[in-house]
Design a protein. Sequence first.
Length: 379
Amino acid sequence: MSVRERIALLLSIKEEGKLVDFDHIFEKIARDVKFVEKRDINIDEIKSNLETLKKEELIEEIDGKYKPKEKIHAYVRKLIEEKEEVLNRSYILVWKAKHYYPVAGELMLPYLKERPVSVVKVFSGKNDPIKEIDPIFVRYARYKPKPQHIIINDMRKLMEYVHDHCIDFIPYVHRLNSNMPDFFILDLDAGKRILNEKRGFEFLKFIAKSLYDFLIEHEMLPMMKFSGSRGFQIWASFDNSKFANKSDLFAVYRMLAIKIQESFERHLQENRTEIIKEFPEFKELKAFTTSQVAHKEEREDKILLDWSSMKPQGDVRAPFSMHHKTGLVSIPVDRKEIDSFNQLDAEPMKVIDNINSGKKFPVLTQSDPSYLQEKLKNS
């Protein structure tokens, strides 16, 4: 990768209109070249490549400082498509976020509004500035004189954080100053024994789809979401007025999650013959799922239906947020598309193309939990 390409990528992630001084450019490029090429770069080499980028009309110089021109983004997108493996990983994530959120942000905002949000900033790794990232989790907008929550209610505020290298958005499961959850989430986390199988991801998709169908049969309106990494989540929104015990709805939600897992596991066992016929590599599994959050080593051969976010200040990655580790989108998945879904479908630029082409994504709709509670009580 050339010095010119490194400079172009660096400047392309800067906020529109922001001027970048030479010393900053030199510091970042010298660091990356030193790590990759094991050599020191000199000032003249940086200046020469800046002049080249100016002649190509990819950047502009004003009073000895530099800013990207709009033309640079098509150049950088092609650069990422061809050389992503050797580019600075944190720069790629920030560049994708800058282009992804203006398109997808409106779809994510309903899951952020009026609730505390944690954000994840990404910077170049200290040991390996090319392939590693240094994530910084930020829970508060201010810490003094007392902590003040991050609240993101509109695109302007969202993009402020994106321009500050925030790419991952993790809201609370309850609204600001509320003691009631309004997101119900089961996070499907496959154990090592399952993930190590060649068709482990396919089996996880099967379980997610089966759980979705099970909840539909219990008159819920679930939404299925890819985690952005290697799992899936089932989301629901309940009409909390339908719960008899409202003194601690977090506890009610947790107990409901455990009862769902127990009833769902019985349902799977009733259909065990058909499941094993489709997935013979898992015939030795005594149980397919568990709700046991603790003792991870004891559930390596199961899929955890994780309810642990159901607590005050519990949080979860928002639908349509990018995952800071993988760079993939934590995207809602339609039931009829789950069988063909693969992780590359969650690549941000592909999601942008799908949104721009008019693709519709599942949305969270409120459910009445009365029937579900009654069925689980009697099961």
